[in-house]
Design a protein around this ligand. Structure first.
Ligand SMILES: [Zn+2]
Length: 442
């Protein structure tokens, strides 16, 4: 599997950021028109496109399957939907935007008055020009979403309403990309694939995860990596129910969502709050160029809710740029291809790569000459100072020597010293090569 991912990773080098950002955006653009939901062919089409980028193991879980306290629902598929006025004009048209249909609407085809239709029409008066996104997964219903200004302008008329959908026994579909490393211990990345034409909330996470998987596969790694492409909530619950025994291997994890807009980064900590992933994310963001904010865990949001449920309590946080519910485009037709940007996608990918680099190289060492400082100059490990300071390289080596007592990892040392992990890691490599450090077994 590793080799086949490598074969596909021709354009995935993060060194060419503009090209990568554009390729990530092109994937978002290709996925945008598809009408996804928590089940159905929209998810399958999405995964089929992703398979051109990364190898996926696709699972189909039948309707009625019990997954913890939940049951896999009937599968929903839709071909067309519209509201026609008495002249036969499609005044609301699924072909124009799939957000026009309440996701999971049961089929209907009838003619009715405006008064009878109105309880099935949904709009948002605060954003009168936008189509809101609405779902009804677990309560049978049908409805249309439309701009509030259009709703207000509807004439008293007889309307033909049609939702050409099916709700029938079928499957819930999800996919995994597993990239084995030298250890069975895993880093988990998860994104949701259940939203229709919404870019930042949904497609940005899919694109970052897919390109990150290619990047991960481009060299051998210590950790194994698992990327989940799953419907929100029910998909995460399904995966966890079917892989409960495997979850003990998950040492670090991130849910990726809303990572394509130009806002600063927001990281929501895991339930533990002090897991390696929480400290790593904080370190990478602190030393990055972008504005950022760390938020503590709350039991609401994306699938970190399931990964961090008390029975699992996995070290899984959530990386976002703008936070769901706090940007005006959220769950509206304005979360479109103009709201996400190639450069923002590339920056999100780079941030994830930096996180991986820290996790891969964070180890514990022991100073083999702990009684006073070793003579670094004699070994060519003390660069002549420029100006007043002792220089970054020298300082990093002194920090590593001082704190490598078998109880501090390189990330601990980076945090304590305020220096970049990369500088601390390089210092440890230099000292180990010169016989001054050895890796401490833990
Ligand atoms: Zn959403």
């Amino acid at each position: 599997m590793l080799e086949s991912v490598r074969d596909l990773s021709d354009a995935s080098s993060v060194t060419d950021r503009d090209a990568v950002g554009q390729a990530m955006y092109d994937l978002v653009s290709e996925l945008f028109p598809i009408c996804r939901s928590i089940t159905g062919d929209g998810v399958r089409q999405t995964l089929a496109i992703l398979q051109r980028y990364i190898p996926l193991a696709i699972s189909e879980v039948p309707t009625g399957t019990q997954v913890f306290d939940w049951t896999i629902p009937q599968e929903w598929n839709i071909r067309d939907a519209y509201i026609k006025n008495s002249r036969g004009d499609r005044i609301v048209d699924f072909r124009h935007s799939n957000l026009h249909v309440v996701n999971y609407s049961e089929p209907i085809h009838t003619t009715m008055s405006l008064d009878d239709l109105k309880p099935h029409l949904f709009s948002n008066s605060d954003q009168p020009a936008l189509i809101p996104y609405r779902t009804s997964y677990y309560k049978r219903a049908w409805g249309f979403c439309l701009p509030h200004e259009q709703l207000l302008a509807l004439a008293d008329d007889q309307y033909e309403v049609c939702i050409d959908s099916t709700l029938a026994d079928g499957n819930l579909t999800y996919a995994e990309c597993f990239i084995p490393g030298s250890s069975e211990e895993e880093i988990l990345f998860s994104c949701h694939v259940c939203h229709p034409s919404l870019c930042n909330d949904n497609l940005s996470g899919i694109s970052v995860a897919a390109f990150l998987a290619r990047e991960v596969a481009s060299e051998s790694r210590r950790y194994s990596y698992r990327f989940l492409f799953i419907p929100g909530t029910i998909g995460a619950i399904t995966w966890l129910a079917r892989n409960q025994a495997l979850t003990s291997r998950v040492k670090h994890g991130l849910v990726l969502t809303c990572v394509g807009d130009v806002g600063g980064f927001h990281y929501k900590q895991s339930r533990r709050g002090n897991a390696s992933i929480d400290r790593t994310m904080a370190h990478v963001l602190r030393h990055g160029a972008m504005a950022h904010e760390i938020r503590s865990f709350s039991p609401y949001g994306y699938d970190e809710r399931q990964f961090c449920s008390p029975g699992f309590d996995l070290p899984v946080g959530c990386l976002m740029r703008s936070v769901w519910g706090e940007f005006p485009q959220y769950h509206t037709s304005a979360d479109d291809l103009t709201f996400v940007r190639p450069q923002a996608l590339a920056e999100s990918l780079r941030t994830c790569v930096e996180v991986i680099n820290v996790l891969e190289h964070d180890r514990m060492y022991r100073n083999l000459t702990p009684f006073c400082e070793p003579a670094l100059g004699r070994r060519g490990l003390y660069a002549p100072a420029e100006g007043h300071g002792i220089g970054n390289k020298n300082l990093a080596r002194l920090w590593v020597l001082n704190l490598s007592d078998g109880a501090h990892s390189l990330l601990d040392i980076a945090e304590r010293s305020g220096m970049r992990f990369g500088d601390i890691h390089e210092a440890a490599n230099d000292l180990a090569l010169n016989g001054l450090l050895e890796e401490a077994s833990h």
